[in-house]
Design a binder for this molecule. Structure first.
Ligand code: GLY
Length: 348
């Protein structure tokens, strides 16, 4: 078992290991367990046996749970169950369910304690750590939310064994990204045959990937600076998700987006890190993209949250572990898009 400390105004620990769901303990007497409908039933049963929640609330699967309507239903159920101000909300499942549960915890009674039990690789490496909670609007993803750090995060690696291989590989994109922006030792370890459910290096690699995010959010919880570096590869990724109506999954989109960001980094004078991003795409085998043009994708990139009144900004790399935030001229964006299309077309 590994434990990673997240510092800042509300410090907490992230535990990574086997069998954690059956050993949970929280000080709050009354808890509400929130999990998605498609969660393997044994996970909720194990948590119910160890935590004895006052109420269990099932929510729709994946991003279908991140709506104001679902949030409203969850808040009503917390009130109906009389969860008190010194009670707690426990979010169990993938990143969407834990984002919703966290926002319910942040808004119910102006904030109650929150615990996160991520059951996907993507959720463990990214969503569960760092206190970002929220729901989507028809106008865009995560447009309503709050920073509400959890009291603790438990990453039970046994849960990863139930993930389809493509979903595990998808989730590895965020771990690889942490290698590129901060800890290059992760690059080889994520691509190792031992980085798989039950594999010999799963726990340590996962814990080291989480430690990158833990360090960043300890120093910059509310994204005043360094936290934006976690968005490496995400400007194109979010655009690919939006332009395809979310037919492209987040992890696949990040795999594709990291290669575009590496091409931009090289075009802006940085080291050539494209061999790394291509090696990741070859390993990840993301699902193929539909035909796309730069002119169709660019308006979505322009809506990126790192955009300001002077235009869109990208997280690029001078070299491994040397991220920076910059504006990129449109002719460079267009040129790199052509190179990216050729490369990912060949990778498909
Ligand atoms: N997923 C990026 C962040 O937590 O800041």
């Amino acid at each position: 078992m590994r434990r990673i400390e997240v510092g800042g105004a509300q410090p907490y620990g992230v535990e990574v290991g086997e069998g954690l769901l059956s050993r949970l303990q929280v000080p709050q007497g009354q808890t509400a367990l929130i999990h998605p409908a498609d969660l393997p039933p044994q996970f909720a049963e194990t948590v119910q046996a160890s935590l004895c929640p006052t109420v269990t609330i099932e929510v729709p699967a994946r991003d279908d749970c991140k709506t104001l309507e679902v949030l409203s239903g969850v808040l009503s159920k917390l009130a109906a169950a009389n969860i008190p101000r010194d009670g707690a909300v426990v979010g169990l499942g993938g990143g969407a369910a834990t984002d919703l549960a966290g926002f319910a915890a942040a808004s119910y009674l102006r904030g109650v304690a929150f615990y996160t039990l991520p059951t996907t690789l993507l959720g463990m490496v990214d969503a569960a750590v760092g206190g970002k909670t929220g729901v989507n609007l028809p106008e865009g993803k995560n447009l309503v939310g709050a920073f509400h750090p959890p009291q603790a995060v438990w990453c039970d690696t046994d849960t990863l064994a139930t993930l389809p291989d493509a979903v595990f590989r998808e989730g590895a994109a965020e771990a690889y990204k942490h290698g590129l922006i901060s800890d290059p030792s992760l690059l080889e370890r994520v691509l190792s045959p031992q980085f798989r459910p039950g594999g010999a290096n799963l726990e340590d690699t996962l814990a080291d990937a989480i430690a990158v995010k833990a360090g960043v959010v300890t120093r910059d919880l509310t994204e005043q600076g360094e936290r934006a570096y976690l968005n490496f590869g995400h400007t194109l990724a979010h655009a690919l998700e939006a332009v395809t109506g979310h037919a492209v999954t987040h992890g696949d989109a990040v795999g594709y987006g990291m290669h575009y960001a590496a091409l931009l980094s090289r075009a802006m004078g940085g080291a050539d890190l494209t061999p790394h991003t291509l090696a990741f795409l070859k390993w990840q085998q993301p699902r193929p993209l539909p035909p796309l043009t730069f002119d169709a994708v660019m308006p979505y990139m322009a809506r990126d949250k790192k955009a300001d009144s002077q235009g869109v900004r990208f997280v690029l790399l001078c070299d491994l572990a040397q991220p920076y935030l910059t504006r990129v001229p449109e002719d460079v964006l267009r040129g790199a898009f052509g190179e990216w299309q050729t490369a990912v077309g060949d990778a498909d």
